[in-house]
Design a protein around this ligand. Structure first.
Ligand code: 13P
Ligand code: SF4
Length: 352
């Protein structure tokens, strides 16, 4: 549905009033009505870098989810304020690893005698606490666009990797891009004593995968891939690496949201594509490329419900409040957490 013209006008007016003082970032999964007001759009890696590259902006309004706003706060200067227009915009995957659980896991690795040779690699989709744990233990953050380089770096520092919280990105990167086998990976379940694995299994593994996943990308199955191939002969299947291993193995191309956008920009007219990622992005791509056939890789509707919490009314409220001098929904990471989380984020930014 088209946006309420009154809200559009209010968003425009508030943004104009704030001028250079505000910078609006929009993740590719955001609604059209929000993307319209983004100064830049990107995948989570690009947005982290873009946030850090705007020291003149007093306010960074982050249209995305909570862990992205936290990362922006960590990477911006102390007087810049990061705002998340709806505080309920979390990420169910990030919520699957708490600081207590990860500390317990590290104890389990220590008891198995492997903590010293294990390097933590944490996906951007994690809380600032988890990023700080990663920094404290000499690890790095990664996103879906640099996971391979992050793993290469980690294996130059140690013998094993503890990858969290997304088991799928960890497994897909290790097996598809690093030449590991599925047997080199073991899954650590934080809800079971000892992670549900034996010390022998931990010692034998190269990749220790946290048992977390994305509920949006978890909806795609091997059936979805086989179905679309039967329906559209010659279709190119392009999926995000948060999809399950069997889906990624059956796909033609795999990459981050920014990669997906570039792949479609480069695709020839008349080509057909089935995309396995969040629906706002897929719909926008279909609209932007009327000369290509672009379909969603599943028959069921699949938005990221927390990304969708950021809507035009919330954005207008945040911008108008700032324009009137009131800072709402500020995301602020405490100093100690920030210090260690920043080590891990900077390690990511320094990856070759
Ligand atoms: P990207 O880094 O590919 O944008 O992915 C972020 C995300 O949350 C995917 O679910
Ligand atoms: Fe989190 Fe999945 Fe939503 Fe990305 S799509 S923000 S991983 S719940």
């Amino acid at each position: 549905a088209p946006s309420d013209p009154d809200l559009v006008e209010r968003a425009r007016a508030a943004k104009a009033k704030l001028g250079e003082r505000v910078f609006v970032l929009g993740h590719h999964y955001q609604r059209d009505e929000v993307i319209e007001f983004a100064d830049v759009t990107g995948d989570s890696f690009k947005l982290a870098r873009d946030a850090a590259a705007r020291p003149q902006a007093e306010y960074i309004v982050f249209c995305g989810v909570h862990f992205m706003a936290e990362s922006a706060d960590i990477l911006t200067t102390a007087d810049q304020q990061v705002i998340l227009p709806d505080l309920a915009a979390g990420c169910s995957m990030a919520d699957m690893a708490s600081a207590e659980q990860v500390a317990e896991c590290w104890d389990v690795l220590a008891e198995a005698g492997i903590a010293d040779v294990t390097v933590p690699v944490s996906y951007m989709n994690s809380s600032a606490d988890i990023k700080a744990f990663t920094g404290r233990h000499g690890g790095t953050i990664c996103t879906s666009s640099n996971a391979k380089r992050a793993l290469e770096w980690a294996f130059s520092q140690g013998e094993k990797v503890l990858f969290l919280p997304d088991q799928h990105l960890g497994r897909n990167t290790a097996v598809r891009e690093m030449g590991f086998s599925l047997d080199d990976c073991v899954v650590y379940n934080p809800h079971k004593p000892g992670g549900g694995v034996t010390p022998e299994q931990l010692r034998a593994a190269k990749m220790i995968l946290w048992r977390g996943h994305c509920s949006v990308h978890g909806r795609f199955s091997l059936d979805s891939v086989e179905d679309v191939r039967a329906r559209i002969p010659g279709v190119n299947v392009l999926v995000h690496p948060e999809c399950k291993h069997e889906v990624v193995a059956a796909a033609d191309y795999v990459g981050s949201t920014e990669y997906i956008i570039k792949a479609l920009d480069a695709a020839p007219a008349g080509s057909a594509w089935a995309i396995g990622t969040e629906l706002n992005l897929v719909r926008r791509l279909a609209k932007a490329h009327p000369d290509k056939q672009i379909v969603f890789l599943d028959k069921t509707v699949c938005f990221c419900s927390t990304m969708n919490r950021i809507d035009l009314p919330h954005l207008v409220w945040a911008l108008e409040s700032l324009a009137e001098g009131t800072v709402v929904n500020r995301i602020e990471v405490d100093q100690e957490t920030e210090h260690y989380a920043k080590l891990a984020l900077e390690q990511m930014l320094a990856l070759p």
